[in-house]
Design a protein around this ligand. Structure first.
Ligand SMILES: NC(=O)c1ccc[n+]([C@@H]2O[C@H](COP(=O)([O-])OP(=O)(O)OC[C@H]3O[C@@H](n4cnc5c(N)ncnc54)[C@H](O)[C@@H]3O)[C@@H](O)[C@H]2O)c1
Length: 290
């Protein structure tokens, strides 16, 4: 899919951060974009501002709700005539990290409801419709180097959720091809430096019903500045990434037909080799960051 002009794209969590960068890049390519996000005021601002560069509309959506995502898909297929590109991008951190045994059941429930069930809901509601349309299309799922490549030990819940997304996307890509569909899947690893997004304050969208029972101070490395220091100490790029540029980078990968879209894949591969060597020897793989 190298010409996105006139194609319909849906971006979950597209009102801010990395998702907004993808939306801007899509509009720059002439795509018609539906932004699905849970934060109405931020969604309204994004649609107003981005409406100046292309065709974009917002649909208030909670990806953790199967009904909400099903309503989104029905809306898009009824009003936009289909969907060619689905970006399952919305995601949250469980908040504050910490030791695995300190994570509460509600940390798991909330993080997985958005990061894992949110992607599953997107796939369940959109993929059958996209296949049925017979048109060429793609599902891009946002994972993370944290979990998708190697877990950051103090972020065990988030890392586990992102490992699930990398695993699911690989299975999806194989099955879309094996079933002879005109669809494919890709996994996106936002990377290339420090990402100054709302992920650091993701708790703003946490429902009261899944609040943490025992508040605790954040673990080291879970603030923007601490994470920056960790990246620098690990010798990894720590410059703040231009999110518009990252969105364009993601689309270049889509247009090239890459399955894995990410900066620094050599470094990721080196990490995976170290992991494979340790696993083959029955040893604990090295920690990604700690
Ligand atoms: N920021 C990073 O360092 C980083 C690194 C790797 C991967 N990611 C992934 O990138 C994706 C985007 O995150 P970001 O960093 O741009 O964060 P962000 O908070 O800036 O953007 C996330 C967007 O998702 C929306 N959202 C949250 N819960 C939702 C829900 N239940 N339903 C619909 N929308 C919801 C938010 O309102 C927000 O607009 C996430 O999947 C995240 O895990 C981020």
């Amino acid at each position: 899919m190298d010409d996105l002009n006139g194609k319909v794209a849906v971006v979950t969590g597209g009102a801010a951060g990395i998702g907004r960068g993808i939306v801007e890049a899509l509009l720059g390519e002439g795509a018609r974009v539906v932004v699905a996000d849970i934060e109405q005021p931020v969604l309204d601002v994004a649609v107003k501002e981005l409406g100046e560069i292309g065709s974009v509309r917002g649909v208030l959506t909670d990806v953790s709700s199967a009904e909400s995502v099903e309503a989104l898909a029905a809306d898009v297929f009824a009003n936009d005539g289909g969907c060619h590109l689905l970006f399952n991008n919305a995601g949250v951190t469980s908040g504050g990290g910490g030791r695995p045994w300190e994570q509460e059941a509600n940390d798991w429930a909330w993080c997985f409801s958005v990061n894992v069930f949110g992607v599953a809901h997107g796939m369940l509601s959109f993929v059958p419709r996209m296949i049925e349309s017979g048109e060429e299309g793609i599902v891009v799922n946002t994972s993370s180097m944290d979990g998708g490549i190697a877990p950051v030990p103090y972020a065990s819940v988030y890392a586990s959720s992102k490992a699930a997304i990398s695993c699911l996307t690989e299975a999806l890509a194989h099955q879309l091809a094996a079933a002879g569909t005109a669809l494919r899947a890709a996994v996106f690893y936002p990377s290339g430096g420090l990402l100054d997004t709302g992920l650091w304050t993701a708790q703003r969208n946490r429902p009261a019903s899944l609040a943490r029972r025992k508040p605790r101070p954040p673990a080291p490395g879970t603030t923007f500045e601490e994470f920056r220091a960790q990246l620098e100490a690990a010798g990894r790029p720590a410059d703040v990434v231009d999110l518009r540029e990252l969105g364009r980078f993601c689309l270049e990968g889509v247009k090239r037909g890459d399955f894995v879209i990410g900066h620094g894949l050599d470094e990721a591969a080196a990490m995976l080799h170290r992991r494979a060597d340790a696993i083959a020897a029955g040893r604990l793989p090295p920690a990604a960051l700690s």
